[in-house]
Design a protein around this ligand. Structure first.
Ligand SMILES: [Ca+2]
Ligand SMILES: [Ca+2]
Ligand SMILES: [Ca+2]
Length: 295
């Protein structure tokens, strides 16, 4: 009887000691985790503080005129039959038929079936000679009828887009943005700087965006055309700019096109940094005009 009691007592003591050990280990782990979290939080705060102060200030935005985009419209599928070449511009009615204006028609209304568009360019095709009816927006490349059908609104032009094109717009406009790091900014990786221009261009949501470095084929550099190594040439992704440096980014708009009296929104965003917002006001469309709106 007393032997049994003793072994129960020893058993209980072993369980008790085991529980104390488990509790000690667990509390050590919890204390360590809390310390780690605290440290991580402090690190994040430091990072956020340093990158959020990175911001670009736009000092001016200059109009540069139409880009060199061209589109070639063809009579048949597979880019055959008659063809007509359209530089940047708006073509409906007479100038759709004779885009080079030499008096000899190059295109036929309600007959085109395929189109080739320069890389980096954008074209809108229309059913109506007055830009009414279905429309289809296409980027650079060789587009056969299937592409036109797939990109039309409504899709397939409500049936088939073949032999219906009677007008088109070739979009493409160049601007030059000048900017400099804001006071308080640290070194900014040029590859992290992006521009976004948004506009009203029905029926498609209108905006263009790119990194300033990859704004092909124009790119970005310091104002004198050199990079941060002092060599004539555009920035590459790995370069850093600092306060006091002034840079220019030559950008090509594909979806937005300036119109007299209209405004566009310009946003400069830095990955992991701050964003700045501007209004571009087109009160004068002369090449060289600064359209940055100063309230
Ligand atoms: Ca002609
Ligand atoms: Ca055709
Ligand atoms: Ca038509």
């Amino acid at each position: 009887m007393s032997d049994d009691s003793a072994s129960i007592g020893i058993g209980a003591m072993i369980v008790f000691i085991a529980l104390i050990l488990v509790a000690a280990v667990a509390s050590t782990i919890i204390i360590k985790s809390v310390e780690d979290l605290q440290q991580k939080g402090e690190d994040t705060t430091t990072d956020t503080r340093s990158s959020l102060s990175n911001k670009m200030i736009v000092t001016s935005v200059y109009l540069q005129g139409d880009s060199d985009c061209e589109a070639q419209l063809f009579q048949h599928t597979g880019f055959g039959g008659w063809s007509a070449t359209y530089p940047v511009g708006t073509y409906g009615g007479g100038n759709f038929l004779d885009p080079d204006g030499d008096g000899n028609p190059d295109a036929v209304t309600n007959d085109a079936t395929s189109i080739i568009i320069d890389a980096g360019c954008e074209v809108i095709l229309y059913d109506g000679a007055d830009f009414s009816g279905w429309s289809a927006m296409l980027g650079g490349g060789n587009h056969d009828l299937a592409d036109i059908n797939a990109n039309a609104r409504p899709v397939n032009c409500g049936g088939n887009c073949n032999d219906q094109i009677s007008a088109l717009k070739v979009l493409g406009y160049k601007m030059q943005i000048h900017m400099t790091p804001a006071a308080g900014s640290g070194s900014i990786n040029v590859g992290d700087i992006h521009w976004i221009i948004s506009c009203e261009s029905e029926p498609f949501a209108g905006y263009d965006t790119d990194s300033i470095v990859s704004s092909a084929p124009y790119g970005a550099s310091l104002l004198d055309g050199t990079n941060t190594a002092g060599v004539n040439g555009n920035f590459v992704d790995t370069e850093f700019i600092d306060q006091g440096m002034n840079l220019k980014a030559d950008i090509a708009l594909r979806n937005c096109y300036p119109e007299d009296g209209l405004n566009m929104k310009l946003t400069i965003a830095i990955d992991g940094g701050s964003t700045s917002y501007y209004t571009l006001a087109f009160r004068n469309l002369d090449v060289g005009t600064n359209v940055l709106f100063n309230p």
